[in-house]
Write a protein that binds this ligand. Sequence first.
Ligand SMILES: [Zn+2]
Length: 247
Amino acid sequence: MKILTKGLILTELSLGENDKIVTILTESNGIVRCFARNAKNIKSSTCIGSQSLCYSRLHIYIRRDKYILDSAEPLNVFYELRSDIEKLALAQYFCELLINIVPENSEPTPYLRLALNSLYFIAHEKRPLPLIKAVFELRLLSLAGFMPNLVCCDECKTYESDIMYFSCSDGILLCDECYNGKSGYIPLHRGALTSMRHSIYTDFEKIFSFNVTGGSLKEFSDTAERYLLYTVGKSFTSLDFYNTITV
Ligand SMILES: [Zn+2]
């Protein structure tokens, strides 16, 4: 069977002198590992369109559960990501997250939209990188079924107080009074909590339509990362690298 689809190349692995194995988030089949014969040859119909971080129109043969890339026409190569080490590192972290978090047999379109929109915002510096990173982490987890409950205090239902406390393990909030010194909670001031709520509850078209700076941005970004690492339960080499170069 031959399919025509679109997809974002998440990783590429060199295989011998001419071939590659590429991992793709496709619009039609979710995440697939695809053999790309001769893709390292500059004259090949898959050479540019099979590069990592390239969004391409793809022809793929499927034979006995094996995926073979027949052609890859680049639609957006996101070249702005390749000239800046911080942007590139963050984009590669997003790709590693997608490979690890997108559930099998889930509808791929929301993940692909989130990935493409986030890469666009990184590429064109539409928002600070820590903001884009935190929104992507929280929205991705929410799509995959790990949305925290940030509506109100889990005990007394208070919507907002000057400071609230977030539990990464339970994904819930407590207000200042109900918190009462419990262990395992992260303090969240208004700016950070508003940013977290926006990231998971707002319509997709508006996920980056806000700004947060200074200490609130750091609190938002740190909390999103801690929640992600706790929820997924593993570390990511691409995140370690990103954090190393952005210290
Ligand atoms: Zn309370």
